[in-house]
Ligand binder design. Structure first.
Ligand code: F6R
Length: 641
């Protein structure tokens, strides 16, 4: 059965390409614009060829792209654009022509970027015959943007188009004309009957394709495009054969994708109600469901522990990607994390310059299901409102002990879910209140707070302590500080980094004895996670790794870790002798509760997300499921009944 399951999951990954679900069309549009801008910048002045689409879906994308190009002064003098299509039968000056659309929504807003009129190509009744040759001579297209019609068209390649078709004149389908009547005062008869369009064969020659779709009315077409057999009745299904297509969807457009079979994970040892108990787990639509009469698929997990996926509240990167420096590579990290049982995480950014926050935060926006990897649930800003004496590995030049207006420091707080700050700072009260009012959770850390100051912080809204004992005023018998608060208040959560470097095992034992309920495991992993000893970076700081530890270069100041969360769970179990259930909950239930994710995440409850892991009794992760989909497994062989 295992083999069958693995094969099945693999197929669905192929068909699904990378599906990115965003909380809103705006977020998806921002990410698409960011992808385009990053591509242009990465070419360092070499030619970038873009394939552009029109339609309502593209309007926010172009709005964001204009913003980025202007704010970041991106040079477009070597950008060449090819539009997908154009109506025939209306002049190019007509307000509803795609030429007018492109100038109104994009080109007029980026005239100062160096973009050249001769590099903008929009097909027309006069030029269409040369269009294919022109694309071939300038191309290949590096990145093609696509919308999708309700009838599954891409460009105006309507149902019936063959998969190899080139630029051509087409009759618009009745459904398309009716749909596009919204741009012609609702009058179908005013919608042109013909158009010129790139063919499917032209479109799929692009190196990379990003298809965007928003709204319920696109859900069916999206599901067909991704899961139906490849056929000309739904031209978008031809995209399945392309190696690099990303679908950027809002939750409404993604809703049909969830309609998958009912699956029963039988013979499991489930972590439910704080203990491990024998039973079956039922999954459908990406969620845990009540037991059903029958399963479409049964997976015998042969007595393995089945627990909620791990959630890392503090991770700076991994595998050579530092979120504070290379945020555009976050999906590479996300794809690696399921091997450690991590199903979601909070991308953590160390104290940085104002410019860096503005450059980095828009690229770390939460994404519910990023391709095949763990989900980034939001940003954790660690700093810069810290006590200078406890800056640790944070660059002292960015520390702001006096406090300042949040927006002035970070720019836009969109996507920010957690902030670590020192509660004793003069303006901390105001900052905590403001963060709280924006739904952002506040953690105390890098701080010289006394017990009293911490208590005041808690009253104002501090909800957790960041890496207890590290980078804070230590426990003193007359001044117990933050450690005193965390150890004595069972309702106060605190995070620990169990990598053998940050804490003595006796300190862990003390924490476990005093406040086991509050303990949350985090990694604070740096880009070194998964890489060999050597010299690396954390934000603007040079760091180095040896002996399982990470230091600020040429010092003995610890600088994050190279720890994985599954290892931290095993360490907790081994050093404290706690139950398997308690060790697992410290990396699942506990972070979910603090971050406000519970009960959607962190538990195996009916209605919760089907983010779960299979483990051996030694707590080695053997398989990881996100939204009910197998995203990582160490099984190679069939082992079922
Ligand atoms: C646009 C195009 C069409 C649209 C599609 C969706 O150049 O060729 O395929 O992308 O019809 O349109 P909207 O975004 O308006 O729903």
């Amino acid at each position: 059965m295992w083999k069958a399951v693995c094969v099945l999951a693999l197929c669905s990954q192929l068909l699904y390409g990378s599906v990115f679900r965003f909380a809103s069309p705006d977020l998806a549009a921002k990410q698409a614009a960011r992808r385009i801008a990053d591509l242009i910048v990465s070419k360092k002045g070499d030619k970038t060829v873009l394939g552009l689409a029109t339609g309502s879906t593209m309007i926010p994308v172009y709005r964001e792209l204009k913003k980025i190009v202007c704010e970041e002064k991106i040079d477009l003098s070597n950008v060449v654009t090819f539009n997908l299509d154009e109506y025939l039968g209306i002049p190019s000056s007509h307000p509803q022509s795609y030429r007018s659309f492109m100038y109104a929504h994009l080109f007029e807003g980026i005239l100062g970027s160096g973009i050249k009129e001769e590099n903008i190509h929009i097909p027309s009744s006069e030029s269409w015959m040369d269009y294919e040759r022109l694309i071939e001579s300038e191309g290949p297209i590096d990145l093609q943007l696509l919308g999708i019609g309700r009838n599954g068209h891409i460009g105006f390649a309507e149902p019936g188009a063959d998969g190899e078709s080139k630029t051509m004149i087409v009759d618009l389908a009745d459904a398309t004309r009716q749909d596009n009547a919204r741009f012609f005062d609702g009058q179908v008869e005013r919608v042109p009957r013909q158009a010129v369009t790139m063919g499917v064969g032209t479109i799929v020659k692009a190196k990379e394709i990003v298809l965007l779709a928003f709204g319920k009315h696109k859900a069916d077409a999206v599901a067909q495009a991704l899961t139906a057999p490849i056929r000309s009745e739904v031209p978008a299904t031809f995209l399945q054969a392309h190696p690099r297509v990303d679908f950027f969807l809002d939750s409404e457009a993604a809703q049909q994708l969830d309609k998958k079979a009912v699956r029963r994970f039988a013979n499991a040892r489930l972590l439910i109600d704080h203990r491990i108990q024998e039973g079956d787990l039922w999954v459908a639509n990406g969620k845990i469901v009540a037991p059903q009469d029958q399963a479409d698929e049964e997976i015998d997990v042969r007595g393995r522990i089945l627990a909620p996926g791990f959630i890392d509240l503090q991770i700076n990167g991994g595998f050579g990607c530092d979120f504070s420096r290379n945020p555009e590579r976050i999906s590479e990290v996300a794809r690696q994390l399921p091997q450690f049982g991590v199903t979601s995480f909070f991308a953590t950014v160390v104290s940085s310059s104002r410019e860096r926050y503005r450059a980095v935060l828009p690229r770390l926006q939460p994404c519910e299901f990023c391709g095949e990897g763990a989900a980034n649930l939001g940003i954790h800003l660690e700093g810069p409102f810290f006590a200078p004496a406890y800056a640790g590995a944070h660059d002292p030049q960015y520390i702001l002990p006096e406090g300042e207006a949040l927006e002035g420091v970070y720019g836009d707080l969109q996507g920010v879910k957690l902030v670590t700050l020192a509660p004793e700072l003069p303006k901390a009260d105001q900052l905590i209140r403001e963060l709280k009012s924006q739904g952002i959770r506040v953690l105390a850390g890098h701080s010289a707070a006394t017990l009293e100051q911490m208590k005041t912080g808690i009253e104002t809204g501090v909800g957790c302590c960041t890496h207890l004992f590290n980078a804070m005023k230590p426990f003193h018998h007359r001044e117990p500080g933050i450690p005193g608060a965390a150890l004595l208040q069972p309702q106060l959560p605190y995070t620990l980094i169990l990598d053998g470097a940050h804490l003595a095992s006796e300190t862990l034992m003390l924490c476990w004895k005093c406040n086991p309920e509050g303990m949350i495991l985090v990694t604070d992993a740096t880009e070194i996670l998964g890489l060999p000893d050597g010299k690396y970076q954390l934000g603007s700081m040079n760091i180095e790794a040896y002996n399982d530890r990470v230091y600020v270069a040429n010092t003995h100041t610890i600088a994050g870790s190279r720890l994985s969360l599954d290892k931290a769970v095993r360490t907790l179990h081994r050093l404290t002798g706690c139950s398997l259930a308690a060790a697992l909950e410290a990396a699942s239930l506990k972070p979910a509760q603090f971050a406000g994710l519970y009960p959607a995440k962190g538990v195996l409850a009916i209605g919760s997300d089907a983010d779960f892991i299979l483990l051996s009794d030694a707590l080695d992760v053997e398989a990881t499921y996100i939204g009910g989909t197998l995203v990582w497994s160490q099984f190679r062989e069939a082992s079922g009944r």
